[in-house]
Design a binder for this molecule. Structure first.
Ligand code: PXG
Length: 294
């Protein structure tokens, strides 16, 4: 079905939604993006996604040409114009058009694209049975290379990690840091449960500060069985011997992990704390959010 895509202030049919080959986003992956979701006509944590987008752009010296408020309106309008209730929204800001070189001072007009489409849901059984993952041979990027906190258009490490998972016939791959600490999945953050304690890697180890991750951290404090919540580094070994493990992200939501590198996690089925977090997360997304049709 044809959609209306927002490109630099205009809504154009998807067949005509095109960006110049001279755009730095195309030439160098020079840009930032967000993946946002709407549930039942309400956009989940829109302001948090926009804040991250503006921060990513700031770190890369890209001047987003819209104010926060106008960007907010543009996202809402894109969902509205496409009559969507459950939607996946892709927001992209690139450095814009310049010459073929690397000098960013030649780019005066960053490009803004907003796509809203139906959400391709993950198969239901992955939430019931859990998924199998591998640890990838690709190391997570470093703060002194390209900080993973920046949601940039350079996703090649994550794409290659995901390919390793596909090649190994499992659903997802986990990237380790250079020191061997667990960082995150190709498009999700990771949590483990050990002795009723929830542990997730800290931002500084080299992860995207996920919006779903922070929602999970909020929810988890309300669960009685959870005795502690820690943001700390852990290794592949800790992953193997965890009682429970799950991944979380905008597209995936909260997904149980039941096998890592051939090691069965816990009892090999989604654990009780994971299931409670899944339940509470679904409740959260069905109750809060920015109302598109208000
Ligand atoms: N880590 C990485 C590297 C990611 O790319 C997450 C964690 C989870 O963040 P959020 O804010 O979504 O909880 C992501 C998510 C998609 C898609 O199709 C999503 C991401 C990247 C590429 C595609 O939803 N980012």
């Amino acid at each position: 079905m044809s959609r209306l895509v927002y490109i630099n202030g205009e809504f154009v049919p998807s067949e005509e939604a095109k960006i110049s080959v001279f755009d730095k986003g195309f030439l160098f992956g020079d840009g930032v993006f967000e993946g946002i979701r709407a549930y039942e006509g309400r956009i989940f944590r829109l302001d948090e996604h926009l804040k991250r987008l503006y921060n990513s752009a700031k770190a890369l010296l890209i001047n987003v040409p819209l104010s926060f408020e106008d960007m907010r309106k543009a996202v809402i309008e894109t969902v509205k114009r496409n009559n969507l209730k459950d939607a996946y929204i892709r927001l992209i800001v690139t450095r814009g058009i310049g010459d073929l070189g690397l000098d960013i001072t030649k780019c005066k007009n960053p490009s803004v694209v907003i796509i809203a489409d139906e959400i391709a849901l993950f198969p239901k059984e992955i939430y019931e049975k859990g998924i199998e993952v591998i640890t990838s041979s690709i190391r997570a990027s470093y703060g002194d290379v390209l900080p993973p906190q920046i949601k940039s258009l350079n996703y090649l490490s994550h794409i290659l990690a995901k390919w390793e998972a596909t090649n190994a016939k499992v659903q997802e791959a986990i990237l380790l840091s250079r020191e061997g600490y667990v960082t995150e999945g190709s498009a999700e953050n990771i949590f483990i449960v050990r002795d009723k304690c929830l542990i997730t890697p800290p931002s500084w180890v080299g992860i995207l500060e996920g919006i779903t991750r922070s929602a999970v951290l909020e929810i988890a404090w309300e669960i009685e069985e959870v005795e502690d919540i820690i943001e700390d580094v852990f290794t592949r070994y800790d992953l193997y011997v965890a009682d429970e493990c799950f991944l979380c992200g905008t597209a995936a939501e909260v997904v149980p992990v039941v096998k890592v590198d051939g090691r069965v996690i816990g009892d090999g089925v989604p654990g009780p704390i994971t299931r409670e977090i899944m339940r509470r997360f679904r409740e959260l997304v069905s109750t809060e959010g920015v109302d598109v049709y208000a």
